[in-house]
Design a protein around this ligand. Structure first.
Ligand code: URA
Length: 426
């Protein structure tokens, strides 16, 4: 690969010029190999933050990130494949019921997931609340489980877009996370490298999401759909509400329990609705749009796949989930309709109770979290238990309560977002 001068690449982007494909490929490759130092890459990321990238630049940037590792080959599988990605939210356990549900409908789901950071939970942290369950699955076992069970949710290996690991860590400490081209290339490089035929993106919007307003969430969704389609992956995005948390629980064990309720045919209406909407999109993308996932949820097939999926990774689907050492109840302050339950506040409270981590290496508590007895739009009575805080460490309760100050609104003029705001296609 011809060498460029990092300073020229930085100056070009700083001055609003378009980077050439050669410059982009070189700088991503050289940074991943250690040939461009953090200070120069930080300057380039900041220039991208302010100047953006056009569609062609972004496609080359994303491809260069994919090429920093391996794109998985799932062509040996006997069924089509579809994957889902959520931009992250509070109480967003949808992957847990969704992956076995879609697998039960004949489409394999390869889910390489991450851990939670900050106020949003991580799928692997949630599943690790199940006694014995392991997030690490090696290449051959991964393909075997996909073929035999139909769904795998596991940790991404080091060969999946390694450029993203380095760039994301650098963005985190240089104030360059909140950039649509950088977020889109980060997410899509990993998702395209996973090798699925079809991809459904759940782009969250609201206080608990990365993107707080529907306009920027739509723009992120359009950018990611464009990148997926350009890379040959059939991609659709739903823009969905994250002004309030999903379901009735945010944390680890509490979200596993709620997912199992959904797989058993019950569970909160919003979790069921979003799970089915995303499942329909995944099935349609994989060429199985004629299959109704509601049937597989109702007749127990999705639950069967869940049990096999958990057992295949060492977990005991019948084991009791961890219980907290301490619980604290917050009562409803008034009678009326619950018009606000702020997603960000609930996410921070769950995090402070021990469900999330501040740094990558921090441990999380399986039992910690927040459970609520009513969802937005429902009637509550003054004095009824509304929120239950779970923790292993009673000293954490006060800080969690601080996070919840102002989070609840009863008969206020807040207007909750519709659960599904938009559907974005190429
Ligand atoms: N998630 C990612 O994987 N990357 C980002 O940049 C933001 C969210």
């Amino acid at each position: 690969m011809p060498a460029f001068d990092a300073i020229d690449v930085i100056r070009a982007k700083r001055d609003g010029l378009r980077l050439t494909p050669g410059q982009i490929r070189w700088v991503i490759d050289a940074y991943t190999r250690g040939g461009v130092p953090d200070e120069q890459m930080s300057a380039l990321l900041m220039a991208v933050f302010f100047r953006g990238m056009d569609g062609d630049e972004l496609a080359v940037w994303t491809q260069a990130m994919i090429d920093s590792g391996e794109r998985k080959d799932l062509s040996s599988l006997s069924r089509p494949t579809a994957d889902k990605h959520s931009t992250g939210g509070v109480g967003d356990k949808i992957t847990l019921p969704l992956a076995p549900l879609v697998a039960a409908c004949g489409v394999a789901v390869p889910q390489l997931s991450g851990r939670g950071l900050g106020h949003t939970g991580g799928t692997l942290d949630k599943l690790e609340a199940i006694p014995g369950w392991r997030a690490d699955v090696h290449e051959q076992a991964y393909l075997r489980q996909l073929e035999e069970v139909g769904a795998v949710i596991c940790a991404a290996g080091d060969d999946l877009a390694p450029a993203d690991k380095l760039l994301y860590a650098l963005r985190d400490v240089t104030g360059t996370v909140e950039s649509i081209p950088l977020i889109a290339s980060s997410i899509m490089s990993k998702k395209i490298a996973e090798g699925a035929d079809a991809l459904v993106l759940d782009v969250k919007t609201g206080s608990g999401a990365f993107m707080k307003d529907p306009g920027s969430s739509r723009e992120l969704a359009r950018t990611m759909v464009g990148l997926g389609e350009a890379a040959g992956v059939r991609t659709v995005a739903l823009v969905t509400a994250m002004d309030r948390p999903l379901g009735r629980a945010a944390g680890n064990a509490v979200e596993v329990a709620e997912s199992v309720e959904v797989l058993a045919g019950g569970g909160p209406a919003d979790v069921v609705e979003l799970t089915l909407a995303l499942a329909r999109e995944m099935l349609a993308g994989a060429g199985r749009g004629d299959v109704d996932p509601a049937d597989a949820l109702a007749d127990g097939r999705a639950m069967d796949v869940w049990r096999r999926m958990i057992a295949a990774q060492g977990g005991d689907p019948d084991a009791s989930l961890p219980r907290p050492a301490e619980t604290h109840v917050v009562n409803a302050p008034a009678t009326g309709v619950l018009t606000r339950l702020d997603a960000y506040s609930v996410g921070v409270a769950a995090w402070r109770l021990g469900a999330g981590r501040a740094r990558k290496e921090d441990p999380v508590s399986a039992a910690a979290g927040v459970v609520w007895t009513a969802g937005v739009g429902e009637q509550v009575k003054a004095g009824q238990p509304l929120l239950e805080l779970h923790t292993d460490d009673p000293d954490r309760i006060e800080r969690a309560l601080e996070a919840l100050q102002g989070a609840v609104g009863i008969d206020t003029d807040d207007e909750p977002l519709p659960l599904i705001l938009d559907r974005i296609t190429a």
